[in-house]
Design a protein around this ligand. Sequence first.
Ligand SMILES: [Zn+2]
Ligand SMILES: [Zn+2]
Length: 147
Amino acid sequence: MILDMKRLFDVTDEQEEFSFDIGTDELKERVFSVVFASPLAVSGRAYNRAGIVNVDLKCVFTLAHVCDRCLAEFEREYSFEFSHVCMRDHSSNDEHIIVKDNALDLNDLAISDSLLQLPTKILCREDCRGLCYVCGQNLNEGECNCS
Ligand SMILES: [Zn+2]
Ligand SMILES: [Zn+2]
């Protein structure tokens, strides 16, 4: 979804709410680092408060993972909230989003925000015991006979 932000920039107290899904087909085309098991549900609002334009968004989605330690396949749901200040012009602050031609691509924003928030190491559970280095037994499922 492309959010037209002209009125949001021009009119104090202007507000716009949004709620939409990014489908799994689009996610598959654009994201290669993770596998989505559900659409990416995006909801939130953009608002002008005292001349400062903010975008708050919530992203909810489920990923299909392979555990980094034991290789088990599992799905996990994530829910993240983000808040940004939007500027029309160049800003020295990296946290600000620069909105060109008053058009903000909310799909881009939701996808990049969500990916940045994911942990680099994905485990099926915090205390995953992994695989035996010798025989490959999944140690979550029981001990092996290796010493
Ligand atoms: Zn595991
Ligand atoms: Zn073993």
